[in-house]
Design a protein around this ligand. Structure first.
Ligand SMILES: NC(=O)c1ccc[n+]([C@@H]2O[C@H](COP(=O)([O-])OP(=O)(O)OC[C@H]3O[C@@H](n4cnc5c(N)ncnc54)[C@H](OP(=O)(O)O)[C@@H]3O)[C@@H](O)[C@H]2O)c1
Length: 206
């Protein structure tokens, strides 16, 4: 698929690397496409463009920017009508609390900011390190995916499976209200409880 990833940070680069390996056509949308950081990324083989240009040619757009930059980023992307927009953001305050509480979510906010897009929440409940390498000895890591457009959600689940995750349909986009606090659990375990980053959630069945 033709994918634009907006934000070339930990998450953006991890997803771009995995999907390029999987044969997808990926462009990283960066704010300064002529800057030295962009030159470095190009030297590493990444396709680079300004966010608006990256989004214009893509079927799938991933938002991988800090929560505080969400509104300006979305407003700068131009028309997102009909496009699949993956919200990987967690709405964090600077002191690592949940910025929106439990009666709204980043996923739903993105849908309000881009009403014609097909918004899917995914890639927020595990660390970027697990997006770089999702392999653990004992089975696959879980990737919960939420959205209101079934076809868009199926495409995103397929993209998660391409990275080695077990994608599971978590329900409608409003489930972001639960997926974002779940990310807080991962973050707190990693940073406060000092588990480090080499763990993730999985689903056992019987
Ligand atoms: N890190 C994780 O393990 C993890 C896991 C799951 C979800 N998330 C979520 O994914 C999003 C990205 O996280 P990340 O760790 O990849 O962040 P990061 O390393 O800080 O990268 C964010 C990127 O966003 C771009 N950006 C655009 N507008 C910005 C602004 N106003 N201020 C700062 N950067 C801006 C920057 O790229 P350019 O300068 O090139 O434009 C920057 O490289 C966040 O919302 C985070 O909550 C993170």
């Amino acid at each position: 698929m033709k994918i634009a990833i907006i934000g070339a940070g930990n998450v953006g680069r991890a997803l771009a690397t995995g999907w390029r390996k999987g044969g997808h056509d990926v462009t990283l949308g960066v704010r300064d496409p002529a800057g030295s950081r962009a030159v470095e990324l190009k030297q590493q083989g990444f396709a680079i463009a300004a966010p608006r240009d990256a989004a214009a040619g893509a079927q799938v757009i991933v938002l991988a920017v800090p929560w505080g930059a969400a509104r300006a980023t979305i407003e700068g992307l131009g028309s997102l009508a009909g496009k699949i927009v993956i919200d990987a953001m967690n709405p964090l305050t600077p002191d690592f609390s949940l910025a929106l509480g439990h009666s709204d979510s980043a996923g739903e906010t993105v849908a309000r900011l881009a009403p014609a897009a097909r918004v899917v929440k995914a890639f927020n409940t595990t660390g970027a390190n697990n997006m770089v390498d999702s392999r653990y000895g004992a089975g696959k890591l879980l990737m919960l995916v939420a959205g209101d457009d079934g076809e868009a959600k199926a495409s995103v689940m397929s993209l998660a499976n391409d990275l080695g995750f077990e994608a599971v349909d978590a329900g409608p986009l409003a489930m972001s209200r639960h997926l974002e606090p779940m990310a807080m659990v991962w973050i707190k375990l990693a940073l406060v409880q000092k588990l480090g980053r080499n763990f993730g959630f999985a689903l056992l069945r019987r």
